[in-house]
Design a protein around this ligand. Structure first.
Ligand code: NAP
Length: 267
């Protein structure tokens, strides 16, 4: 573990996939981290956070909910940076879309207001999604930080359709990219972090060849699924700023499949 004390930062939504990995890397790189959990999290097993190397001394847990933006104040005040990663991701169909949008927009604006009032926060890194750039009636070969999805284009596609032409990146590269833009004094605006794209049929060929012991839907069985072919998400801005991707798509799938095997999801 790096020993330098890099100061105090806040990561919202510490129980999440991206946030927990980011916390692990921040602790490893010498940051002291405050993270926010929803109040009901007290009932959960949080050992995946509390047992991280360095967590005993340098990880501090706070309660906060996007429905009450001011609840983030205690965790944010005194920090030099905030990584806002908390977002309702799972089971979102249980909440009407307009309510969900209102909660996340007002929650995010409230967090920005707390950051501005803190006088200590120098930079906020907000985690978004490829969904903000790839969905459009207009076919674009490549999208970058100047592109915005058409707001009316999303709908009720099946999960398989969403996989048509999915941009991919290893979660560890995502965590490193967060820290890179936080630490880069010239960082500004949006950054895409994507390290490759596979179509659904390419994915079938790739996975079948690599994992012959796992049942993967065949190319033939997928041929009638008509998704929309999404554009390539360009990470040129991130790479030009000095960021280096560490992992290939092989690493992404090796890690994911190994993890699924360990958890018993596949044998
Ligand atoms: N995972 C990916 O492949 C991926 C790819 C691209 C972009 N992203 C973006 O990364 C962000 C995080 O995604 P993720 O995959 O890490 O999601 P996740 O594992 O579901 O984590 C979401 C986090 O947000 C918290 N949260 C949900 N509703 C909240 C609320 N009302 N108030 C406070 N916290 C709340 C959750 O808390 P609970 O545990 O209490 O529910 C959890 O800690 C999202 O913006 C997502 O779009 C993720």
């Amino acid at each position: 573990m790096e020993s330098d004390d890099k100061g105090l930062v806040c990561v919202t939504g510490g129980t999440g996939y991206v946030a927990s990995w980011l916390i692990m890397r921040l602790l490893q790189q010498g940051y002291t981290v405050r993270t926010t959990l929803r109040p009901h999290s007290g009932q959960r097993d949080l050992s995946f956070l509390t047992s991280l190397p360095g967590a005993t001394e340098k990880l501090h847990l706070f309660h906060a909910d996007l429905n009450e933006p001011d609840s983030f104040r205690a965790a944010i005040e005194g920090c030099t940076g905030v990584f806002h990663v908390a977002h309702p991701v799972g089971n979102i169909n249980a909440i009407p879309e307009d309510e969900l949008a209102k909660m996340t927009v007002e929650g995010t604006l409230g967090i920005l207001k707390v950051c501005a009032e803190s006088k200590t926060v120098k930079r906020v890194v907000y985690t978004s999604s490829a969904a903000t750039v790839v969905y459009s009636e207009e076919r674009r070969e490549v999208v970058d930080e100047n592109t915005w999805s058409d707001i009316d284009f999303t709908g009720n596609e099946t999960h398989y359709k969403h996989l048509e032409g999915t941009s991919m990146v290893h979660v560890d590269d995502v965590a490193s990219a967060h820290i890179h833009v936080f630490e880069n004094p010239n960082a500004k605006g949006r950054y895409i972090c994507s390290n490759g794209k596979l179509s659904l049929t390419e994915l079938s060929v790739f996975l079948s060849a690599k994992y012959p012991d796992i049942v993967i839907p065949t190319v033939d069985s997928l041929k009638d699924i008509k998704g929309f072919s999404k554009s390539i998400c360009s990470s040129k801005k991130l790479v030009d700023s000095g960021f280096k991707f560490k992992y290939s798509l092989d690493d992404v799938f090796d890690g994911a499949i190994q993890s699924c095997k360990e958890k018993g999801f596949i044998s």
